[in-house]
Design a protein around this ligand. Structure first.
Ligand code: ATP
Length: 297
């Protein structure tokens, strides 16, 4: 599968502060990728590296198989949705038309109309959510092959958020079906609705990545009478272990469920999966460090 964004051993530091550490990841062509992680995980840094606003400290990042910077092919909506405060909504559309060879004026106007924006309103007088809507309209009207959105729905009310995500899905399903989208968000339910791939960053590192269906098919919760993680079969890679007096619950990664009468193994939902990868680096260390007794069968 062709990768539109490919990072290898990518590091980014701000002074002595690591923002990305040894990140190797790939964004497949035509995918809609959700980028998730706690505050400060490195999501904005990754998006800014992908559009060439930042340069790596070490390692490489390639977009369309070359160093980032092919701006005509990339739409980027930064977290703070920078616009020209003194220019009106209509001015922004005119500017977009001048600057972008593939500008789709009809699409821009439709997005602005659907978002209920007044073309005569100055951008500096728009609310945070309205600014985000205008920034998205400008980004999609470029007809980019790669659309990078940094927390685009953070400032939107629930109705506007739904409209925004619908607009995004229209863009990828109708206007630009070959487009690849990477969007960061803390709202997992939104990501589950629109994304087919996921990258989980935590503490500057990639903790999980892949197709959402594949991730869901390989992550399980296993509940059993209290036992040590190292008594489980090697095919089960234990991500987390929690024990009560009598019971052990393991979050595991496995190619397929492993049947055993002594335990119950059920698929992990997306939210639990992401929270596990976000909350800690992979660990086989139990939360409760007391040694577990022999399994009771
Ligand atoms: N310009 C900067 N100068 C110094 N440190 C920075 C700068 N930008 C980001 N950082 C640091 O780099 C790390 C990653 O920041 P980044 O903004 O990429 O995270 P994020 O995952 O987008 O966070 P959030 O969800 O809060 O937006 C953080 O520790 C942050 O403090």
């Amino acid at each position: 599968m062709t990768a539109i964004v490919e990072a290898r051993a990518l590091h980014k530091r701000y002074g002595r502060r690591p923002a990305l550490t040894d990140c190797t990841l790939s964004v497949p062509a035509g995918s809609v990728v959700g980028l998730v992680g706690p505050n400060g995980a490195g999501k904005s840094t990754l998006l800014q590296l992908a559009c060439g606003l930042l340069t790596p400290t070490a390692g490489t990042i390639e977009v369309f198989g070359a160093p980032p910077g092919q701006l005509a092919r990339v739409g980027f909506v930064a977290q703070d949705t920078p616009l020209y405060p003194a220019l009106t909504v209509a001015d922004h559309l005119r500017l977009g038309a001048r600057l972008n060879p593939r500008w789709d004026a009809a699409l821009a106007e439709r997005r602005v109309r659907q978002a209920g924006l007044d073309p005569a309103q100055k951008a500096g007088r728009l609310s945070g959510g309205q600014r985000a809507q205008l920034a998205l309209a400008l980004a999609v009207a470029k007809r980019p092959e790669l659309l990078l959105l940094d927390e685009p729905v953070a400032a939107l009310d629930p109705l506007a958020r739904r409209a925004f995500l619908q607009g995004l899905m229209e863009f990828v399903s109708e206007a630009e079906p070959q487009a690849t989208v990477v969007l960061s968000s803390h709202l997992l339910s939104d990501l589950e609705r629109v994304c087919d791939h996921l990258i989980v960053l935590a503490d500057s590192r990639v903790r999980a990545q892949g197709g959402i269906d594949d991730l869901l098919a390989t992550h399980f919760r296993l509940t059993t009478a209290r036992r040590d993680a190292d008594t489980l079969p090697a095919a089960l890679h234990v991500l987390r272990a929690e024990h009560t007096e009598r019971q052990s619950t393991f979050t595991v990664r496995a190619e397929a469920p492993v049947d055993d009468p002594s335990w119950v193994m059920e698929p992990l939902g997306l939210e639990d999966l992401v929270l596990h990868h976000m909350s800690a680096a992979e660990t086989t260390g139990p939360t409760d460090t007391r040694p577990a007794p022999e399994p009771q069968r």
